[in-house]
Design a protein around this ligand. Sequence first.
Ligand code: GUN
Length: 286
Amino acid sequence: MERIDAKALAAKIKAEAAQQAARLREAGIVPKLSVILVGADPASEVYVRGKERDCAECGIESELLRLPAETSEAQLLAEIARRNADPAVHGILVQLPLPPQIREQRVIEAISPEKDVDGFTPVNVGRLLVGEDCFLPCTPAGCLALLKAAGTPIAGKRAVVLGRSNIVGKPMALLLLRENATVTICHSKTEHLSELTRQADILVAAIGRDRFVTAEMVKEGATVIDVGINRGPDGKLHGDVDEAALAGKAGKITPVPGGVGLMTRAMLMVNTLRAAQRAQEAQKEK
Ligand code: GUN
């Protein structure tokens, strides 16, 4: 079983991003990402720190607005509106999850689609659905890049996506479909799950359950992309896939940690630069 080298791929993508950022800076544009964190969810803190580090590495300016957990929806919407209107801000990312008094979808919809580097707004989701150019959600885009780097054939193959979240499962299925895979989405209500997963040439696990995917659920030689990151009873981080049990079964697999997570962050840099580049192009047209 081969481990797909996400570290090397993420480093390559970030190096390209850094070159692009340098070119933009030479043209007088400082690419900038604005991150908003509401409350102090420990996992979100870790993600946000990682994003800031990546920005620094790539020559992207980052700004972090920390808001207290009791922030109202109106206050958060006002902060988003300010950033939508600020030409110096190219990308806006509101870290999820949000506290219960704030409607997540309402907040996502307030972000300008041109600055929506998460690819979560209905405009970008719709563009993805109909196959138009758009910001791709970072995690599915990273998974696709991993499949391509691994040399896994996609067109005509059977892909099974485990999980139907708006952030990963649904857009992942659309991306695989765009690549001409035959796609099945499975979820917690799916009957005869193993029967379906065993047919998958490509299996993407994004259900958030510690080592849920076992050897008998996997086709011999399949490529397995593990999106999960779960704290196990042993206190360690594990994926949605029981990697140890899959040895000799799967063809290729992404490790956790050090797999998809690195790609998500790299893709955020790509999207932010794209937003900055588009802003530059829009300026030229004026
Ligand atoms: N929370 C967990 N993953 C993500 C992500 O990709 N984007 C945002 N904004 N919040 C998240």
